[in-house]
Design a protein around this ligand. Structure first.
Ligand code: NOJ
Length: 537
């Protein structure tokens, strides 16, 4: 691995917390930093050692905090700066780390920079956002808002209308559109400097890194990616010099681009390449965004998925990036339906056995360790729309609001799952077969076997169109581990080259495999919904 990648990533396991919904310490119905601090035993017990918090900064919360009003201030509903310091202190005492969500591409319309930029008279902030030069002129290829203020122009938005795009310039400004500034324009550079100072502000407090929202989309019209590469390359060099232990984690979903551009880790998720959706988010488990249309997931009891869609993209990205950084395949996140949708506990165990035995940095979305359900049909909250059902309160135990909050149920940020059978941490705690203990055992196995670790190598043994069997070797030095998975509700046969494995060793997890040597190589039949992890010679 490249020496400039923080060494701690070699055994990092991320845990994503949607702060609104994890633990409410003051009974106001919404989660907070102190609630998170009080629940670190749980996070640590899973084997997770890096907490990624969705934006926790001052915001009008039109998009759950991805519309920042003040990058340096903790949103009062989550607590204070002192609470953030306490959370950091406790994480670090435990040998754990904190990753904040950094939204460099846009602010809220309520951000004072944007308010100043809206003024008709030129000022320091006029060019900090992308404005066309007339309220009658749009920006082809971009969403714009007109007549928002007295300024004569339309502003470009990045996501919702209230998220105006900060101005990183245009890769190839069109001379016929003089409002398109070059990336070197002094106002663009001043804005970028301010964003860097914001990173510095949190890094100086001890934060261990950032998940970067919409990382590839800052410079506009960057068709060949050169301008974004230059931007993230600069940030990476700056971080290496001043904060060599800090991590840059991308929301790019194209690791073959994000990692060479400068990120240490990139999520392979629902957007970007179709790889992730082909694993988990088939049409019947639709993501909240439309990217999964027409895709059948491999981790489906029907056995109708096609693992080669994932393998094609992932193997290419892995080959390109394995010496430069890490790919993260998350169990889910705040933008997509939950992994549990359309899956039994047995199905979930096969999917998790895959996710936690792959190279790269695993990411667990809060609640997936107990199989929390996606709640369909909830009224949208804070711009969640279809995403809202994956953002409901963590289910800790019995009692009021499943132990999430002491508030009256009507005061909760989002309703708690009312299903009497809803999974909880307390109910699963002492059940050796529970999903919770499965996750703990698997992550502990991963930590104990370097071949299974983030840096361990990967060789595909079997993964073909028309087969629900997936077999691969993980390896580190002399240590080699075979992983075999079959998500289908029917048995699956597989054959792989005899020279890949001399003999099966200890069964480390899941089923005991039986290999049969034939002229075509090793043959194995995997029972329905099964997984096996074996040492091999
Ligand atoms: C990606 C974030 O994950 C999502 O929640 C947000 O709405 C958009 N970026 C806009 O910031």
């Amino acid at each position: 691995m490249d020496k400039s990648v923080p060494a701690w990533l070699a055994d990092a396991v991320f845990y994503e917390i949607y702060p609104q919904s994890f633990a409410d310490s003051n009974g106001d119905g919404i989660g907070d930093l102190e609630g998170i601090r009080q629940r670190l035993d749980h996070v640590q017990s899973l084997g997770c050692n890096v907490v990624w918090l969705n934006p926790c900064f001052d915001s009008p919360f039109g998009d759950a905090g991805y519309d920042v009003r003040d990058y340096r201030k903790i949103a009062p509903r989550y607590g204070t700066h002192a609470d953030m310091k306490r959370l950091l202190r406790d994480l670090h005492r435990r040998g754990m780390r904190l990753c904040l969500d950094f939204v460099p591409g846009h602010t809220s319309v309520e951000h004072p920079w944007f308010q100043a930029s809206c003024k008709p008279t030129p000022n320091k902030y006029s060019n900090w956002y992308i404005w066309t030069d007339s309220v009658w002129t749009g920006a082809p290829g971009f969403s714009t808002v007109n007549a928002f203020s007295d300024r004569d122009g339309q502003y470009v938005t990045n996501f919702f209308w209230f998220q105006p795009a900060l101005n990183y310039g245009f890769a190839k400004p069109d001379p016929a559109q003089p409002w398109q500034l070059p990336t070197t324009h002094p106002d663009v550079l001043a804005m970028k400097q301010e964003m860097r100072d914001i990173m510095r502000f949190w890094l100086d407090l001890g934060v261990d890194g950032f998940r970067v929202d919409m990382a590839p989309s800052l410079v506009k019209g960057d068709t060949d990616g050169a301008a974004m590469n230059a931007h993230w390359g600069e940030i990476r060099v700056w971080m290496r010099e001043h904060y060599p232990n800090a991590m840059l984690l991308a929301e790019w979903s194209d690791p073959a681009k994000a990692i060479p551009a400068g990120f240490h880790v990139d999520f392979m998720i629902h957007c970007g390449t179709p790889a992730y959706n082909s694993l988990f988010r088939a049409e019947k488990q639709r993501t909240c965004f439309p990217w999964s249309e027409g895709v059948t997931s491999f981790f489906d009891a029907s056995g109708n998925g096609d693992i080669t869609i994932f393998l094609k993209h992932w193997q290419a990205a892995y080959a390109r990036t394995r010496e430069l950084g890490y790919i993260s395949l998350p169990t889910g996140n705040h933008d997509i339906t939950r992994l549990s949708i359309g899956r039994s506990e047995a199905d979930l165990k096969v999917a998790l056995a895959f996710l936690f035995t792959m190279p790269g940095v695993p990411t667990l979305y809060y609640g997936d360790e107990i199989g929390m359900k996606y709640l369909p049909g909830l009224t949208s909250k804070e711009g969640g729309f279809g995403r809202t059902g994956a953002r409901n309160p963590m289910q800790w135990g019995e009692g009021r609001n499943a132990g999430f909050s002491s508030a009256a149920p009507s005061k909760l940020y989002l309703p708690v799952d009312t299903d009497p059978e809803r999974p909880t941490v307390a109910a699963q705690e002492n059940d050796p077969d529970s999903l919770l203990n499965f996750v703990r055992a698997l992550l502990s196995l991963r930590r104990g076997q370097s071949a299974l670790g983030n840096l361990g190598g990967f060789d595909l043994l079997h993964g073909k169109t028309g087969s629900s069997a997936l077999l691969y070797l993980r390896k580190n030095g002399k240590q080699r581990v075979l992983v075999a998975l079959n998500p289908a509700a029917k048995p699956a046969a597989a054959t792989f080259p005899a020279k890949a494995v001399n003999a099966l060793g200890e069964n480390l997890f899941g089923r005991q495999l039986k290999l049969k040597k034939t002229a075509a190589g090793w043959q194995v039949t995997l029972p329905p919904r099964s997984f096996a992890v074996h040492a091999v010679a």
